[in-house]
Write a protein that binds this ligand. Structure first.
Ligand SMILES: [Zn+2]
Length: 412
């Protein structure tokens, strides 16, 4: 087989194109492949796909292709231009590359595969592309994926807020809890942010939403009540958010008490933060004795901790009415604890109880979409290299959007 035939086959050029020259330069480890269009064939206008007459050849263009045995490989061609009665003179699109791309489709697919495994910097190092080129591939892939995506509102939605970088800026993420994908990313965590998502769907589509998991965050509640019919039975406050609030209250009690004790020279609560906040079963064996001893002392923190631990049983109920009865007993205990942070959090939970109890019907949480949170976490960790929130958003769609990212040849 001749080298030109080999590359005609490797590039998958078919009958309308042929490789006319292959040049190998071992010193620079580079292969240059020249491709020409077969002239006597039918041409199509790139816009309307109707038959059009050959007009002339455009200036030479170069595309980078997959390396050949570690040699950088470039495809060169002068693309024909056609003349269509409607669209006048237009350049045809090369079958081996997308419009305005400097990579062949095969290289672009390889870049996408690599970008799925590592960040833009890593991909750049492995495949020899610049940071800007890497982001451009991500951007195009996401645009392609979003354009192909079938817009439907999922029956089980999770609304999540994620802070961006270390600043106090947030993104609202709308997740499909069943598919484990991020459906929508929008700046801020206001009522408007979430309404921008709901507004894309008509009433009939919105009616199909069965349940929405979220934090007890008023703007999200308001947006959901406004758009989702029957929202009062469909909003489910995330159980992990409930637990987090109670845990934070325990921590406040600990901090206050620790400060007061230290003023008297008593450092019993030093280095104990983790013990009070972790789930009991997660405390390492070597600290269990110490923790048991601490609990024996009549500390305010110990009482707050016991109240937090008791609430864990709440989630084990099968029926909402039993959970409600349990909550009432717990509430009485919490509000009579004389621990202000605990009293405050108990009152917050009581206000929102109706939509905490919806958990027992829908059984969803924002962690229902297994693996999604860890993926978002990974994107956030990579986010230290992000210079702006556009990149952060793109990366979430790229890694968590469940999108079809790959370029396809025009023929398919
Ligand atoms: Zn045309």
């Amino acid at each position: 087989m001749k080298d030109t035939e080999l590359y005609t086959a490797l590039l998958g050029l078919g009958n309308d194109w042929r490789v006319t020259e292959v040049k190998l330069d071992l010193a620079t480890k580079r292969v240059d492949v020249r491709v020409e269009a077969v002239r006597d064939r039918e041409w199509q206008c790139a816009v309307c796909r109707q038959p059009a007459a050959f007009y002339d050849l455009a200036e030479e263009q170069t595309w980078r292709h997959l390396d050949t045995c570690d040699c950088r490989t470039y495809v060169h061609a002068r693309l024909p231009r056609t003349k269509c009665s409607q669209h006048n003179v237009r350049q045809i699109v090369a079958p081996w590359a997308g419009p305005r791309s400097s990579f062949t489709l095969q290289l672009e697919s390889r870049l996408i595969d690599t970008l799925k495994e590592c960040d833009v910097t890593g991909c750049g190092r492995l495949l020899g592309i610049s940071w800007d080129q890497g982001w451009h591939v991500v951007e195009k892939a996401v645009a392609r994926g979003l354009a192909r995506k079938q817009w439907r509102i999922p029956p089980y939605i999770g609304i999540d807020e994620k802070s961006f970088a270390k600043r106090h800026t947030y993104e609202t993420l709308v997740c499909d809890l069943r598919r484990g994908t991020v459906e929508y990313v929008v700046e801020d965590r206001s009522q408007d942010s979430l309404e921008a998502y709901y507004r894309q769907f008509d009433e009939k589509a919105l009616k199909n939403v069965q349940a929405v998991a979220m934090d007890m965050w008023d703007p999200y509640i308001a947006a959901t009540r406004r758009f989702i019919p029957g929202a009062e039975d469909k909003i489910v406050f995330d159980r992990f958010h409930v637990t987090r609030l109670v845990t934070e209250a325990v921590d406040k009690v600990r901090k206050q008490e620790h400060k007061a004790l230290m003023e008297e020279g008593d450092d019993r609560l030093k280095w104990t933060r983790y013990l009070w906040l972790a789930n009991k079963e997660n405390i390492p064996e070597w600290r269990q004795g110490e923790f048991a001893a601490l609990r024996q002392m009549s500390l305010r923190t110990g009482r707050a901790w016991a109240i937090k631990e008791a609430l864990r049983q709440f989630w084990d109920f099968i029926y909402a009415q039993n959970a409600r009865k349990f909550f009432q007993r717990w509430y009485f205990w919490a509000t009579h604890s004389r621990l202000p942070p605990i009293i405050r959090v108990a009152k917050t939970l009581k206000v929102h109880l109706q939509n905490i109890l919806t958990y027992f019907r829908h059984r969803i949480t924002n962690a229902t979409a297994e693996g999604l949170n860890s993926k978002i976490q990974m994107v956030k960790e990579m986010a230290c290299g992000f210079r702006n929130r556009t990149h952060y958003k793109l990366a979430i769609y790229f890694h968590c959007g469940g999108l079809n990212l790959y370029p396809h040849p025009l023929s398919s």
